[in-house]
Ligand binder design. Structure first.
Ligand SMILES: Nc1ncnc2c1ncn2[C@@H]1O[C@H](COP(=O)(O)OP(=O)(O)OP(=O)(O)O)[C@@H](O)[C@H]1O
Length: 425
């Protein structure tokens, strides 16, 4: 007897005789899909286990599962974005993403999952990143003229997607946008955390459909440049000094802690690296970031500078609700909506900063705090008046750009350049 309530967080089942033993509970976050098996009324449930228990793809046979389970998860043939007769499929494994688990996740979970549906190597090309330039080479290849529609499965963090967005040649027609499936293996996984609240990423990969991924364009003053992780060097921006993002642009505390935490030592701590770097950034006292922050509000055409203060601490514009699974920076941001939200607060005592941050980890309650400015904006401009380079760092989707002294960055929402596979709740 199997019971399933789509709204509950677990599938509970007592397997039919001879199929398995004991009573099991499978959280819906671990369910991927159902494949009808050749026997009457029989289905194979594909699912995962919590990483700390059994690794890899799991299969459980079910007899006569409830209709609600079948209608939500049944999949007998692959969707067009995974059909090699319709699209060229590339798998990109960001070898060093997060805590370095992407390769094992591919071979233990994703590869066997695709094989269950008859998709084997040869039907797709696997690229494992070997340098910071790998994604640029892949992007150049898949956006070359005359190619069939392209489908890319990314096992990575947000930064690799950002690099893909900025390396693709603009498509001649909107319908030629590549389709991207996100399997989050990075540190924050903001985009995936914001899009997969109702459907876990593996289930979305199989059962979702492509939708336009909204984006923003950030235009920097000439002379702005990337700084590479671990302070290993710099890299120029594209000739037009513009970058495409889909997640976040920030200046101040958030950008500093993302930049400071991008070292091998911090990365060993997984997503805690942000909190550890946050604490370090509050000592000996929070820095008041000097500059002018201006916005254009929806329906308006003129820029307006934020009223006092002139020393800012947290200045962040985002298109997503969550920067991590539990860090809800913009509760009003809907999945795939073309909206930009500003989160801003002035320099505060360290205990106040920690209190505001804790509210963000508590479902996004910080936006109700009187010290926090939270609003939907059409555009954001930051003119930075800092001498020292470390206070001029801007975070764009995890990448760090240094703005020249006296320089600025301006952000606006633009049409998306890729589709992303998404599944409604
Ligand atoms: N073998 C490699 N050598 C050097 N750099 C690499 C290599 N593989 C990937 N990279 C680079 O490392 C970064 C990895 O980004 P990715 O988004 O996948 O993970 P992450 O940075 O851990 O995630 P997050 O963006 O959530 O922090 C990218 O800039 C990518 O180009």
């Amino acid at each position: 007897m199997t019971t399933f309530n789509g709204r509950s967080s677990t599938l509970s089942f007592s397997p039919s005789p001879g199929l398995s033993d004991g009573t099991n509970l499978i959280p819906t976050s671990q369910i991927i899909s159902l494949i009808p098996s050749p026997t009457a009324d029989g289905y194979t449930l594909l699912h995962t286990h919590a990483p700390e228990s059994l690794p890899g793809l799991q299969k459980t046979l079910l007899v006569a599962p409830p209709a609600a389970l079948i209608s939500r998860y049944n999949l007998s043939t692959l969707p067009p974005h995974l059909d090699p007769a319709v699209v060229d499929i590339s798998v990109v494994i960001s070898a060093g993403s997060g805590t370095g688990k992407a390769l094992a996740y591919w071979s233990d979970v994703v590869q066997p999952l695709l094989a269950e549906y008859g998709l084997h190597e040869g039907s797709y090309i696997v690229h494992t990143t070997t340098s910071a330039d790998t994604i640029h080479e892949i992007a150049t290849e898949i956006s070359a003229d005359g190619k069939p529609p392209q489908s890319v499965i990314l096992l990575s963090g947000d930064t690799l997607l950002f690099e893909l967005l900025n390396s693709l040649k603009p498509p001649s027609l909107p319908q030629r946008r590549p389709t991207v499936s996100l399997l989050p293996l990075g540190t924050g996984n903001a985009l995936s955390a914001s899009l997969s609240k109702s459907s876990p990423p593996l289930s979305t990969l199989l059962l979702g459909t492509p939708r336009t991924l909204p984006g923003f364009k950030a235009t920097f003053s000439p002379g702005a440049h990337f700084v590479l992780p671990n302070s290993t060097g710099t890299k120029p921006l594209p000739p037009d000094n513009a970058l495409h993002g889909s997640v976040v642009l920030s200046w101040g505390f958030h950008a500093s802690l993302v930049a400071d935490s991008d070292t091998a030592a911090y990365r060993e701590n997984g997503s805690s690296r942000f909190q550890l770097a946050a604490r370090a950034n509050l000592l000996p006292e929070p820095h008041g970031y000097k500059g002018v922050v201006s916005t254009i509000l929806p329906g308006r055409d003129i820029w307006g500078a934020l009223p006092a203060p002139t020393q800012h601490f947290y200045t962040l514009a985002t298109m997503v609700s969550n920067l991590e699974e539990t860090f809800c920076i913009s509760p009003a941001s809907e999945p795939l909506a073309s909206t930009l939200h500003l989160v801003h607060f002035p320099v505060l005592p360290p205990t106040e900063v920690m209190r505001v941050m804790a509210m963000a980890y508590d479902g996004g309650k910080h936006v109700t705090d009187p010290q926090v400015r939270y609003e939907c904006v059409r555009g954001l401009r930051v003119e930075i008046e800092e001498e020292e380079e470390r206070w001029r760092r801007v975070c764009v989707d995890g990448a760090i750009v240094v703005v020249p002294a006296g320089g600025r960055v301006e952000v606006e929402v633009v049409p998306g350049v890729v589709d992303v596979v998404y599944r409604e709740g």
